[in-house]
Design a protein around this ligand. Structure first.
Ligand code: AMP
Ligand code: MG
Length: 432
């Protein structure tokens, strides 16, 4: 490490203390507590995009359903090829996709076939049209016959029934968040509806006397509330139902009321702010009266203080107030928690390595999440992805968050990064 780390709030900038919890440990504790929602619904295919499958979907048929041709050409019996892999065969008919050749094919015979057409009975091989000289080629062959060039192999150019999916095999497993390809796959199985988990209802609010909402005129010293908008965006990306409870004043009675109301009909409640010195004790007291909560100091930057637990019938996350800290803690904790609640099996953010183009100062102790810009290498000698910082890294600076397309995740033991070092990165992947 070469340059000193810039300081946030005094309460957030000290190195990881003995009582602080590593990111991974906090995530594990939280995920151990949360069980998927039990309720499910059956949805038409299109409405199920982005939803999480509640049951395995087995293939009711082989895919492809029929052994079929992978080429336009001629279908034949592989045994009719001579020792050079050539043949001259009589053309007895045609097979199209959706219009099969209706009879068995005899020795010395073949069928003109199109891509996707079911293989005629007795045929196991297709010779592509470009390797065939027949009536269409202009070359003289016996009338009604086709000459197949040497080099053909028995069994070639045929897609076997069930080679993609066997009847009865699991086509898509429970816990899968349905993608565009999945919808296509389900349609190819003839599925019109699928069972998915219910969408969680998530309420969120901001705390702070200094906050005003967009559309209002800020009083002297007030700032606009941005967290409710970034939270909405992230929740929307996950496909949950949202309930915006607005700004709550720094007043225990107001906080008590909004928490009671939110936890009565939501699966999860998110608050931001109210964790700095002076506010934190009051907030803790109210939360302590209403629920069973853990107040964690997480060995991370930004986003050190995090409250997690049960509030009535809902899960509760008390997120930090700083706009970037909110997004970092959402991505690292709330997102996997919601994915678990939705029954998804794939929970942790994808992490891989990229070459840092810059020096990054860091002290060992905490996991640091920096906003990064990931891009393909322009260096032919070093072809992997490259990453640089997206700009100023203060925990209130949203412009660099907006420019970023990944987090650079520096683990606790890391004591700084030199240009050319490999660093772990987590791409945002459409979540933000
Ligand atoms: P707090 O934890 O409430 O002390 O907030 C920490 C910092 O984040 C303060 O500078 C707050 O003004 C700021 N902050 C808190 N909530 C919001 C919000 N919803 N939108 C924008 N900034 C906020
Ligand atoms: Mg505050």
């Amino acid at each position: 490490m070469t340059t000193p780390v810039p300081m946030d709030l005094p309460s957030c900038a000290d190195a990881a203390g003995p009582d602080s919890l590593p990111v991974e440990a906090a995530r594990r504790r939280m995920l151990d507590d949360i069980q998927p929602l039990i309720e499910r619904e059956s949805l038409p295919l299109r409405a199920a995009i982005g939803r999480v499958l509640a049951d395995d979907v087995p293939a009711p048929i082989d895919v492809p359903a029929h052994t079929n041709s992978a080429m336009d050409g001629y279908a034949l019996r592989g045994a009719d090829l001579d020792d050079r892999g050539a043949a001259e065969l009589r053309v007895v008919g045609e097979a199209f996709a959706g219009r099969p050749y209706p009879r068995a094919v005899g020795q010395g015979d073949c069928v003109r076939i199109m891509t996707g057409a079911p293989m005629p009975l007795n045929c196991d091989t297709v010779v592509m049209q470009e390797k065939a000289q027949g009536p269409h080629s202009g070359r003289s062959v016996q009338p009604g016959h086709v000459l197949l060039a040497p080099g053909q192999r028995p069994g070639q150019n045929v897609r076997q029934a069930g080679e993609d999916l066997r009847r009865g095999a699991v086509a898509l497993p429970a816990g899968r968040r349905l993608t565009a390809a999945d919808l296509g796959l389900l349609a190819s199985l003839g599925r019109a509806e699928v069972p998915v988990r219910r969408r969680p209802r998530v309420a969120f609010f901001s705390t702070g006397d200094e906050l005003c909402s967009v559309g209002e005129t800020p009083a002297d010293g007030q700032i606009y509330d941005s967290n409710r908008y970034s939270l909405f965006g992230m929740l929307h990306g996950l496909g949950v139902e949202t309930r915006d409870l607005g700004v709550v004043r720094d007043d225990p009675a107001a906080l008590r009321e909004v928490l009671r109301e939110a936890s009565s009909d939501c699966d999860m409640v998110l608050s931001s702010g109210g964790v700095s010195v002076g506010e934190a004790d009051r907030v803790k007291q109210v939360l302590g009266e209403l629920g069973t909560l853990a107040f964690w100091k997480i060995a991370m930057k930004p986003g050190r203080p995090l409250t997690f637990g049960r509030l009535g019938g809902a899960w509760f996350f008390g997120l930090p107030g700083n706009p970037v800290a909110v997004m970092v803690t959402f991505y690292q904790f709330v997102q996997p928690a919601l994915r678990r609640l939705m029954g998804e099996s794939n929970l942790t953010p994808m992490t891989f390595h990229a070459t840092s183009l810059e020096r990054i100062a860091k002290r060992p102790g905490r996991t640091e999440f920096l906003r990064g810009i990931l891009r393909p290498s322009d260096d032919p000698a070093n072809a992997g992805p490259q990453v640089r910082k997206a700009g100023k890294q203060g925990s209130g600076i949203l412009t660099s968050m907006s420019l970023a397309n990944c987090f650079i995740v520096l683990p606790p033991e890391c004591g700084g990064v030199a240009p050319g070092d490999d660093v772990p990165v987590q791409p945002f992947e459409g979540l933000f």
